[in-house]
Design a protein around this ligand. Sequence first.
Ligand code: PEP
Ligand code: MG
Length: 571
Amino acid sequence: MGEILYGKGVVPGIGIARAKVLSGDLSSHLAAYKAGSPAEEAAMLTAAVEEAAAEILRLKETALSAGEQAQADIMDAHYAMVNDPGLSASMFGRVAQAVSAPQAALAAAEEYAALFDAMPDPYLRERAADVRDIGRRLVRLLLGTGKTEYGQEPVIVCAQEIEPSTAAGMPADRVRGILLGQGSTTSHTVIIAKARGIPAVTGLGDALEHIAAGMLVVVDGGTGQVLLDPDPALLAEYQAKAEAEEERKRQDSAMAALTAVTADGRKVQLAANVGSPADMPAALAQGAEGVGLFRSEFLFMGRDVPPTEEEQFAAYKEVAEQCGGQLCVIRTMDIGGDKPLHYLNISKEENPFLGWRAIRISLERPDLFMPQLKAILRAGVYGKVAIMLPMVISAAEIRSARQWVQKAAGELAQEGKRFAAAVPLGIMVETPAAAVIARDLASECDFFSIGTNDLVQYTLAVDRGNQAVGALYSHFHPAVLRLIAGVAKAGHDQGIWVGMCGEMAGDPLAAPLLTAMGFDELSMSAPSIPRVKEVIRKIRLEESRELLDKALALTDAGDVRALMQEFNSPV
Ligand code: PEP
Ligand code: MG
């Protein structure tokens, strides 16, 4: 009674319900399976592959009709995997050697998954779970074992690892929390949980075995704490927190119509970060004033060839139109790092985050860059758009990009296509190099948007995806704060607007500091907008400037955070 487990909170929120433990153990069914002749097993396997592909397509359709684009993309990837010729040859090869169809599917999927497990890139490593998922789906179909049943009562789902398709099939109204032994913030299951707002904690490891089916569990996705069979007083405390959260969500919707203006009248534009047109309804519902970061690389993922100029144009046009006169900042593709593209054939890199990525690829691959620039310029006819370059480290990169933009405009003119002639060109300031020479870069471009996700990792030499050094990763580190303050000043001194689109922009604790630094725009994931707006509406510029002076004089990230917590506590 009363045990507390500590994991990593990856989707904030409080969930209270009884545990549903997913074991994923197929061994007893496998042991009871009576295999037929190799020809019969091959026929069973063929039917199972077809049925699995059909199931995956149905899941994709369900995701699309629920507006869950990220999940639909995952199902697209599964569809490609289940039809993968290599996987197929490996499964049918085993069946020909008298291995039963389910055993062959499991072994072949495991062999593939092991290849992903061994990859240095954390994003690719996460794909091992997807391949195992395909194997289990095939085995379930072959053995006739059913899907996970959730019943009518709310549950907290617990498992070492949850296959993305299992996550996709979870009823959002009944699954109140997800607890994982494994999994990082980039795992697909976590992406799905985030999209659905299901509180989630990962990294619980073997401690997960302390949870028995039916046990009352409280999940705190903000702190990573998991309470097992809490005593009545603690339970009541968390129930009150959960109710307060519900109340907050109601207030958030009311906040959407208000502007982000300080108590003494300084306006800050709060925009949304989006990855596709499907993200726009949520952004507008939270009161986003335009888009501060359209991560265009998502249009390039989950497919075998790059999107054409027309396909990109359609997506950019839709988002630009939905911005309704507000600016839509389209970042040119930020491929590489943790977002590889198999069809680009990027050779294996020891340090992909320091490698061939983002603007470096674009400038060397006009076949990719030109269609993208042309699509953006054309979208500019239908709304206010801007082009933003990722991972810039030099003025020369901006100048070259500008030449490509001019060339794109020239080609469009020759082709007789309509396009916007004066599209602003800005950069992400997300490398220490760009931050240090911000003054020089400001005279080459029209705006800055600080990407703290990368700026923090490069400044502190702390991998943004590595849980082992996660405690060192903080946007409140004085080195980061001082760089950011310098960039804002450099931009303003040169007369350009300065925004921020990294996660720091959506941190309510950071909002007073960023307002005091004079940020013109903060762009964040849509659910963060109301909370940041609420803080901005309560502060006065003078007091936030005093706070900034204090913060800039501190030497420890923890002290800055504590200062901000103290300041924000009554909010
Ligand atoms: C950033 O680095 O802060 C950023 C917004 O870009 P991404 O997270 O896509 O690298
Ligand atoms: Mg970045």
